[in-house]
Write a protein that binds this ligand. Sequence first.
Ligand code: GLP
Length: 239
Amino acid sequence: MHGDMPGVQYVCLPDAQAVGVCAADWVARTLQDSPQAVLVFPTGNTPLPMYEALRHRPELDWSGTRLFHLDEYVPPRDARRPLPYETYAEYMRRELWDVIDGQKHYFIQDVDEPTAYEARIAGLGGADLVILGIGVNGHIAFNEPGAKPDSPARRVALAPATILSNFKALNKPGYPTHAVTLGLKSILSARHILLLATGQAKQQVVRQALLECTPPDADLPASWLKTHPHVTVLTDFEV
Ligand code: GLP
């Protein structure tokens, strides 16, 4: 554990499973402290062990919680039914939300007006806990390089690298080219931020964004986390 930047605490764990269990412990503590907690969840591969750990904690009482997720694909105009890709709403249902209580807010319902989704979080007093993954280019949610710390929820064009990484090919018919994302403003307004990063491919970007004592930079959106008073970074590598 290091305390290299004010507000940012690093916890280095043996492997991705241990990162998932530790993240689930933080969620459990948040629920115990605030039974009506406002929680914002991530998608992607990194948080899968956390969801597995949470599914195995039937003692957790989710009934008062208000649940959100970070981002969602915008279905293309020519989208087929059923969609040829998994939406983040489906991901959230599969990984956790189908087996827990709580008030579930799906971003797909506000895909045409993303600020309405963010306004719901603000209307509940802001998030108690936002859990993030990180892209190899330093993106958090779909706040790609260039995102400003006061950026609102908005529609974004997916970068070709993101499309390739998430869908394994470019320009697949029926696949999304755009997404909606919470902005850095509401992410940075959370009372606690948990960043999960596993695998050597993320080591460099975590170091660059969070460890180096350089000012935050829009080219590395995760570097804005250094301005937050309470960030916990869980990794399975030494930072
Ligand atoms: C995706 C999501 C992010 C996620 C990131 C990393 O595109 N929009 O919220 O954190 O990429 O994903 P993974 O954990 O699979 O590496």
